[in-house]
Design a protein around this ligand. Structure first.
Ligand SMILES: Cc1cc2nc3c(=O)[nH]c(=O)nc-3n(C[C@H](O)[C@H](O)[C@H](O)COP(=O)(O)OP(=O)(O)OC[C@H]3O[C@@H](n4cnc5c(N)ncnc54)[C@H](O)[C@@H]3O)c2cc1C
Length: 292
């Protein structure tokens, strides 16, 4: 298939890109890595009249450490995140997960901002940024605003972005001392989108009691599914096998909403989510105790 006809612009500054989006509104789409948008255009699922290619805006690709976390530019390729010592040190959950996204060809093009803006509930970055309580800077000619990951992802391929806005960067907070993290997922073939998955982060206090916890699932709902009640259940507890089982049970019976499709039934996805959640909490707990 070939895409429907469109006008193509390749601005070299953010101001120019924002002006084009402001002028064309819902008719325009930002083009970043093109790994999702171009196939959708070829299948004519997306038929934007105007493409605003942001690849020539070179100052949108960076991974910078700063106080309390790491700042990631929208045009940062997955490959950059996968090989960045700054990411490894300040956001190891993201760093260690990147090789699970597709394969090298896709990762050399796909971008941080593109993956978040596309908001595929099976993609890893939306879930990881929700788990880490990241926030995103959205800019338009009207001004700029910071939106937390939990408010950004609204539904299936739907975000808080307005048609004249560009996601310019994200800020990912660093985990405090005595924290652990884990991403567990199952895919039929290596590098496929996950059938189900879950990310966990935990922080322990000095006596080993769970002080903070966040469990967020992928591929079992229309967005990253934050299991808030199960996460709260872990807080203030010693993470015994019983406590882990109770939180897992609550999360996977009441806080996810898996669907049936050609890849898996809802029941199978729920079953996977349960096994993976338990493993994720256990691994995060081990890491928080300095055992991994
Ligand atoms: C074969 C294949 C396998 C894949 N497997 C996985 C996988 O296992 N896990 C996974 O997480 N991902 C996977 N992906 C997705 C890929 O990793 C990219 O993250 C994804 O395609 C989107 O990034 P992009 O830069 O290509 O965005 P594009 O395709 O350019 O854009 C996607 C959407 O986001 C909008 N957009 C892009 N950037 C911005 C911005 N800065 N501000 C506002 N809107 C913006 C576009 O207008 C478009 O609507 C796979 C892709 C392919 C082709």
């Amino acid at each position: 298939m070939k895409p429907a006809p469109f006008a193509y612009y390749a601005p070299t500054t953010l101001d120019e890109a924002l002006s084009l989006l402001s002028e064309h509104g819902y008719d325009a789409k930002v083009l970043a890595g093109g790994q999702s948008l171009v196939p959708m255009m070829n299948f004519r699922i997306a038929q934007p009249a105007v493409l605003v290619d942001i690849n020539n805006i070179s100052d949108l690709a960076y991974i910078n450490a700063e106080e309390g976390g790491v700042r990631v530019g929208a045009l940062t390729r997955h490959h950059q995140s996968e090989t960045s010592p700054v990411m490894a040190r300040h956001a190891p959950l993201i760093y260690s997960t990147m090789p699970k996204i597709a394969y090298p060809q896709v990762r050399t093009r796909g971008t941080f901002g593109g993956s978040l803006s596309h908001a595929d509930p099976s993609a890893e970055l939306p879930t990881l940024t929700t788990t880490l309580d990241a926030k995103f800077r959205l800019v338009s000619q009207r001004g700029e605003r910071w939106v937390s990951a939990s408010e950004f992802f609204i539904g299936l391929y739907t975000t808080a972005l307005e048609p004249d806005e560009i996601l310019v960067e994200g800020f990912v907070p660093e985990l405090p001392p005595r924290s652990g993290w884990s991403l567990q997922e199952v895919n039929r073939r290596k590098h496929d989108f996950a059938l189900a998955g879950v990310a966990a982060v935990l922080t322990l206090d000095e006596s080993g009691i769970c002080q903070d916890a966040r469990l967020v699932f992928l591929s079992v709902g229309d967005r990253p599914m934050y299991a808030e009640r199960a996460s709260n259940l872990l807080k203030g507890q010693t993470l015994t096998p019983e406590a882990i089982r109770a939180a897992t049970e609550l999360a996977t019976t009441e806080e996810i909403d898996p669907g049936d499709d050609i890849h898996a039934t809802a029941d199978f996805r729920r079953h996977l989510a349960k096994t993976l959640c338990q493993r994720a909490i256990e691994q995060a707990h081990q890491r928080a105790q300095g055992k991994q």
